[in-house]
Design a protein. Structure first.
Ligand code: MG
Length: 470
């Protein structure tokens, strides 16, 4: 990044002119160090939550959940209000982030919507992950937290470009042996905690899981402060069942769900504090977002999508638009970005920032966001495809979103509707998708259908990895 290097060197030169000659030797030494630092590649930290709603952070408008650390991150960085995931449930959404490709291309879509403990599939070796890309240019890499792209050894993070792994390899409600999701004890969920490819604790003690993921992340940052690193911290929470460590029990007015979010906010604060105290803040980009919207069927134990419609599992906005913050002091231009972005864009953006090679032998679905992040230029993203399984349910093009199929989920009256005339919403005027304007805009629908057909024409769909089970 040319600009990033030039600006600090100019600053050094100005300081050079204003100092007495006696300080020259010291200054020259310091200047050498500074120049070496200019050449260091930026560290990348991606913090990924599970089932966090669009409306669950203070900075995104929640009236009672307190998230001072995330709010400050948003003040100092960029808050993206139209940022999407690749699917409305865990596994395909994670596959989209880590490969920069729609799940329909990487095999992580299917009739079973996510991987389960009895699944035998996982992310294929032929896929290239962000970790593999940055490893090629010398990065240390760590995955901490929920993986959910295959728990058998060949699919674990350590076989997808990560030097180390510490976490629960799938959702925290799986391997349920007893009990109620709404009144949980961690002993009721026999989920494993793994270090690299070994199970080190079972059932994982979930009350301390956010805290331990945080400690692990901080240790990794400190151990690798003298070289470029990529940290992927994927919290298991606030996916239900909800757990917090002792210090956060009954601390939020919002109840247990609020306690969980406030502990995650604390965790973010600890990571930022470490980056600052280790002198790494100005050379580290931190991205905070989540894999899909809130699990609304759990009522007060689930999160809130704010003014967006519906939640997890659906192709309404509440299922696939996430509260997203990019932070990098003195590099990212602070502000609120209303242009579109997606988790798939993190891969090409990281490639641009780190000098890693962007895969050219396959169709990638991400676009490079660096011009928006660093220079406040418009985002190059104009389209979102909302897949459920292997079908496109909706397409957003610019401000318009057309729904071809809608389906409510996790309810008794599960209804799938194919719309002869697609539903059409203007997401600028109507972010809650309340007012169908299809009748007035047949031309817009026709244009969106062309976009969809062009996209479909390039699809080569691999076998589903999700549908493989014991
Ligand atoms: Mg999820």
């Amino acid at each position: 990044m040319k600009n990033q290097r030039i600006i600090p060197i100019r600053k050094n030169f100005r300081r050079f002119l204003s100092l007495p000659m006696a300080l020259l030797p010291v200054l020259m030494l310091a200047s050498c160090t500074a120049n070496q630092e200019e050449d260091t590649k930026p560290n990348i930290v991606v913090i990924f939550c599970d089932d966090l709603g669009y409306g669950d952070l203070g900075t995104f408008g929640h009236p009672t959940i307190r998230t001072p650390n995330l709010d400050q991150m948003a003040e100092e960085g960029q808050k993206w209000t139209n940022f999407y995931v690749g699917a409305s449930v865990c596994t395909p959404s994670r596959a989209a982030l880590i490969t920069g490709r729609l799940p329909i291309r990487n095999g992580m879509n299917g009739n079973r919507r996510v991987l389960f403990p009895n699944s035998i599939g996982g992310l294929q070796d032929s896929e290239i992950t962000i970790a593999e890309a940055v490893k090629e240019v010398g990065y240390a890499t760590a995955c901490v937290g929920k993986w959910h792209l295959g728990h058998l050894p060949e699919y674990l993070p350590t076989n997808h470009g990560f030097d180390s792994y510490f976490g629960i390899p799938y959702s925290n409600d799986m391997d349920r042996v007893k009990g109620d999701l709404k009144d949980p004890e961690y002993l009721s969920f026999n989920v494993p905690l793994m270090r690299n490819e070994e199970i080190i604790e079972r059932p994982a003690v979930q009350t301390t899981i956010t805290k331990r993921y945080t400690e692990e992340s901080i240790q990794f940052i400190k151990e690798n402060k003298d070289q470029a690193f990529f940290l992927y911290l994927a919290h298991n929470l606030p996916h239900i069942p909800l757990f917090t460590s002792e210090e956060f029990v009954d601390t939020s007015i919002r109840g247990l769900y609020g306690d969980v979010i406030e502990e995650i906010d604390w965790s973010v604060g600890q990571i930022i504090k470490t980056l600052r105290s280790e002198g790494l803040a100005e050379n580290t980009m931190v991205v905070f977002t989540s894999d899909n919207g809130p699990w609304l069927v759990f009522e007060q134990d689930g999160g809130s999508a704010g003014l967006l419609r519906d939640g997890k599992g659906t192709t309404w906005e509440g299922g696939m638009r996430e509260p997203t913050i990019f932070w990098w002091p003195e590099k990212i231009q602070p502000g609120v970005i209303t242009d579109m972005g997606a988790t798939m864009d993190i891969f090409p953006t990281v490639c641009k920032l780190t000098g890693a090679e962007f895969p050219s032998d396959r169709i990638m679905d991400g676009v490079d966001l660096t011009q928006t992040l660093l220079d406040e230029k418009p985002s190059p993203r104009n389209t979102i495809f909302y897949y459920r399984g292997r079908e496109i349910y909706a397409v957003r093009s610019g401000m318009y979103k057309a729904h071809f199929i809608t389906e409510n989920v996790y309810t008794k009256d599960h209804i799938r509707t194919e719309h002869e005339t697609p539903l059409l919403f203007h997401l600028g005027h109507d972010p809650s998708e309340k007012y169908n304007i299809a009748e007035d805009h047949p031309d817009v629908i026709a244009e969106i259908m062309i976009v969809m057909e062009q996209h479909k024409a390039k699809l080569v769909i691999p076998d589903s990895q999700l549908d493989r089970k014991k």
